[in-house]
Design a protein around this ligand. Structure first.
Ligand code: C2O
Ligand code: CU
Ligand code: CU
Length: 506
């Protein structure tokens, strides 16, 4: 693409942006790579371990509206949790009883959903646990799962996309005895680094651009300015030669193909809901929206390396040519790691990992269910998607032919039972499919074994065009005949436009 701004440096660019006041998108990837001196130190989110009495832990969260200076001299209106953009990293332990007060101080309905957590339906923070402006919601549950990197985010009906995009998300780390006693790096912010990766599009006045075009509605909202923990052009000054990075795709829609610019190998140790059975060595990993992966990275050569997303090649996470044209799948710089002053780590790449929970057994499955993900141009009319297509069964984004309806329970599941779900994608692009309350195991993709990084417990799985992915899960003991859990595409614009359904556990 020929872009007239590609030769201008960021400062001049922003200055001219401010003086002209034009509302054109800022695209940092079109600018030359920012030199290290102009980079911003990676922010390490406040670690919030709550107020603890034995195993009772209380957290107080406030959803608020504020402004954030992503660029010098520009204030961006944002939403945040206890801070101006995003929220603190919450941390609790297996067996804890957590008690979280969420007070909504913005002038719209919001929620906070504990993504990846096993919990009673009324504590889930989905669209049925609305928090009205000025009100406080109390969520209480016991942590019954193993060590993992979960997250939390707004799940307000039809507003999840814009609210998360504006900042309503954070990480939720769970520990257990085995992980705490392991030899893995776990000094928060020192050799154990949370990295929430998000793409954004900014207007020239600094405000966030959201859903401004047809492709935004169709592909989901993507931007070419990368943020890690809310920081533009971030640099992590590594303090240790062995880093554990908790990579969390907190983007609304984009799938990343993560690699380092010198193609060095790294070790995947965990995905969404727990550890792999052993470290998996690779030099590239795909991370779809809502997925997490923990990696160990050796920087003992004390170099500067760039974590980037490779231009997408279209396999699996990709899409058909017409869709690819509308999709911004360019190569992106994500995080510069400067290891020149790293101290020698006492940790090594382990040969085994802390044992995670027992995986669900497909031989115990009592029910098979089929889910077909569809994006239709015709049903609901060509403009159906622009209107949101909700509640009319014939909307643009559907599962099994239906758009999400808060008043329709799609099916019932028996507590403590094991089920196999077959998720098929009849649309021209990939969709990350997510289920609330359970951790599942990926059985196969079109009959083939899943990627090694997908062999631990997960809560989100990418389903490519023409693919059928089978997952197996054992539902926990919680039941509630009236309040449902959600399953949906985690491209938030698809979810908001109807690619979601709900089930109750009885
Ligand atoms: Cu990450 Cu239904 O949500
Ligand atoms: Cu969820
Ligand atoms: Cu989707």
């Amino acid at each position: 693409m020929n872009n007239p701004y590609s030769k201008i440096n960021r400062r001049n660019f922003l200055k001219s942006a401010m003086t002209t006041g034009l509302l054109l998108p800022v695209s940092s990837s079109l600018l030359a790579r920012t030199s290290i001196a102009k980079r911003n130190p990676l922010a390490i989110p406040t670690l919030e371990t709550g107020t603890r009495k034995a195993n009772q832990v209380s957290f107080n969260l406030k959803i608020n509206a504020s402004k954030t200076a992503f660029f010098q001299g520009l204030n961006t209106p944002t939403l945040g949790i206890n801070q101006s953009f995003l929220g603190p990293v919450l941390r609790a332990k297996h067996g804890d009883y957590v008690n979280i007060n969420v007070s909504n101080q913005i002038n719209q309905i919001s929620t906070l959903h504990w993504h990846g957590m096993t919990l009673p339906a009324n504590m889930d923070g989905g669209p049925h646990q609305e928090i009205k402006p000025g009100k406080t919601w109390n969520s209480r549950f016991q942590i019954r799962q193993g060590a993992s990197t979960l997250w939390y985010h707004s799940h307000a009906m039809h507003q999840t996309g814009p609210q998360v995009y504006s900042g309503l998300a954070g990480m939720f780390i769970l520990d257990d005895e085995a992980s705490l006693n392991s030899d893995l790096p776990q000094n928060y912010g020192v050799d154990d680094i949370p990295c929430t990766i998000q793409d954004r599009r900014f207007n020239r006045d600094g405000s966030l651009a959201y859903n401004t075009s047809m492709p935004d509605h169709m592909m989901g909202m993507q931007g070419s300015t990368m943020l890690v923990n809310g920081v533009v052009d971030p640099v992590l000054y590594a303090k240790s030669t062995l880093l554990r990075l908790r990579l969390h795709n907190g983007s609304n829609a984009r799938t990343y193909h993560l690699a380092f610019d010198d193609n060095r190998p790294f070790y995947v140790i965990a995905s969404d809901c727990g550890f792999l059975s052993q470290p998996f060595k690779t030099n590239q990993i795909r991370l779809a929206a809502a997925e997490r992966v923990e990696i160990l990275l050796d920087v003992s050569d004390r170099k500067q390396i760039m974590l980037k997303s490779l231009a997408s090649t279209g396999n699996g996470g990709g899409m058909m040519p017409m869709m690819r044209m509308m999709n911004n799948s360019a190569e992106l710089d994500i995080l510069l790691i400067d290891a020149r002053k790293a101290q020698a780590s006492k940790h090594k790449i382990p040969s085994s990992l802390p044992v995670s929970a027992i995986h669900p057994d497909p031989r115990k499955a009592v029910t098979n269910r089929k889910f077909e993900l569809e994006m239709g141009m015709m049903r609901g009319g060509p403009m159906g998607m622009m209107r949101g297509g909700a509640n009319n069964g014939g909307g643009m984004f559907r599962i099994n032919g239906k758009s999400m309806d808060k008043n329709r329970i799609d099916f019932q599941v028996k507590r403590n039972s094991t089920e196999i779900w077959h998720i098929s994608n009849a649309s021209p692009m990939a969709h990350p499919f997510h289920v609330h309350n359970v951790q599942f195991k990926v059985l196969d993709r079109n009959g083939k074994r899943p990627h090694p990084s997908e062999t631990c417990l997960k809560d989100t799985v990418l389903v490519g065009p023409g693919e059928t992915v089978r997952i197996v899960m054992s539902f926990p003991e919680y039941s509630d005949a009236n309040i449902p859990y959600m399953y949906h595409c985690h491209i938030l614009e698809h979810e908001d436009q109807g690619m979601m359904g709900q089930f109750v556990v009885v």
